[in-house]
Ligand binder design. Sequence first.
Ligand code: APR
Length: 200
Amino acid sequence: MPPNDHDAALDRIEITVADITTLAVDAIVNAANESLLGGGGVDGAIHRAAGPRLLEHNRSLGGCPTGLAKASPAFDLEARGIRHIIHTVGPIWGDAHDDEAMSLGNTPSDVLLASCYTRSLELARDVGAASVAFPAISTGVYRFPKERAAKIAFGHVLGWLTQADLPQRVTFCCFADADAQVYKQVIESRGQWMFNRKRA
Ligand code: APR
């Protein structure tokens, strides 16, 4: 697989403000908890929209450790064209070693959040999803700093897209304009933080 260039990969990323369950994509990523049995936030929205068959199905999955991901059918969401739900469990910011002063990628939660994105992209590729949408994993109830999370999300998605043809398109689905602004700023300033690896 010849590596795709940086700019071509960048063209395959978009940011939107929406309820993720309304997007016309092949797969949506759920910011779940380790039980995979639903909750609030985007997890609650996805379970409500997918219907009770999702909970019934997920009971058979035996949970999911933080940083990993498991796929399920989209059930009632298939009526909207969504074929897969990728459930990933983000870290809860606040581990004894989680310190915003630490350089990006070097706290335990940074590593786990990065794994959520790469594991979810692997599953999106494996199920043949041409398009996948991510919520801002861990930045709600799990209190992960938003800009730090956006840098980790963008950096790992871009890295994946420079070496893989699937998924073809990745959408960062924000639930508020302010969150979308964080992603836009992170992407526009990528030259400062991505390549120089200055302290975050
Ligand atoms: N569509 C897109 N994004 C959404 C939606 C939605 N319908 N609802 C909420 N969000 C956004 C939030 O605004 C936040 O930016 O998803 C992001 C993640 O927030 P949470 O849903 O709180 O997820 P997280 O911080 O990863 O915490 C996960 O919360 O709901 C429980 O069961 C879940 O225990 C787990 C924990």
